[in-house]
Design a protein around this ligand. Structure first.
Ligand code: ADP
Ligand code: 5GP
Length: 194
């Protein structure tokens, strides 16, 4: 099982998955590789692997990415070997990636994916959250809001829709999704009574 979470920038993905991870110890966050510069407080290897364009290009050429995309003018990608290592260790990889990457993962990993689109409750709240986060310059916020208009068109591809009205409720919904997914017949290795 791989948990895929996408949604517009500012929807609250990081806030929600950080709380979810505190409650679900089987989840392992997939640390992406990006050419975006670190924000204040972000740590190499924890939030992202921060690389330059040349390094990202080399990883692309070597087919090291399970998926990658150009997002808001910077490159972001998921290293295949990181996800495979988590799966081999019996963990559930959690991917917070954009919709273009999400589509690639859905095509490549099929039934393993539990896909969730996280919605903000309204356009106004999305804008408020992006501005309120205070981590991005005015033009960066504007790009993210513009891109959100087409990103939501991809929501149809995702199995679950969760509205992040309140963090606690959104986290509870995600926990319910994980609990139900774990009971799917095809994820259980044979009937308990043999
Ligand atoms: P994303 O990872 O989707 O870009 P963040 O998790 O960084 O979004 O959240 C963007 C901003 O919105 C942050 O300042 C965060 O504290 C705030 N936020 C997240 N969820 C909620 C919520 N349910 N209600 C109000 N503010 C929220
Ligand atoms: P941020 O710059 O705010 O951390 O992330 C911007 C966007 O990039 C978010 O929508 C996030 O989900 C997405 N993103 C983060 N890592 C990856 C990745 O590895 N691949 C793809 N395709 N998108 C990513």
């Amino acid at each position: 099982m791989i948990l895929l979470i996408s949604g517009p920038s500012g929807a609250g993905k990081s806030t929600v998955y950080q709380e979810l991870m505190r409650r679900e110890p089987r989840l392992d966050f997939s640390v992406s590789t990006t050419t975006r510069p670190p924000r204040e407080g972000e740590r190499e290897g924890v939030d992202y692997h921060f690389v330059d364009d040349a390094t990202f290009g080399r990883l692309q050429q070597a087919k090291e990415f399970l998926e990658w995309a150009d997002v808001h003018g910077k490159k972001y990608g998921t290293r295949r070997e990181h996800v495979e290592a988590m799966e081999a260790a019996g963990r559930i990889p959690l991917l917070d990636i954009d919709v273009q990457g999400g589509v690639q993962v859905l095509e490549r990993c099929g039934a393993a994916i539990v896909s969730v689109f996280l919605w903000p409750p309204s356009w106004e709240s999305l804008e408020e959250r992006l501005r309120g986060r205070g981590t991005d310059a005015v033009d960066v916020v504007a790009t993210r809001l513009t891109n959100a208009r087409w990103e939501v068109d991809y929501a149809e591809r995702y199995t679950y829709w969760v509205v992040n009205d309140e963090v606690e409720r959104a986290v509870e919904r995600l926990q319910a999704i994980l609990a139900a997914e774990a009971c799917r017949r095809e994820r259980i290795e044979g009937p308990p009574l043999g």
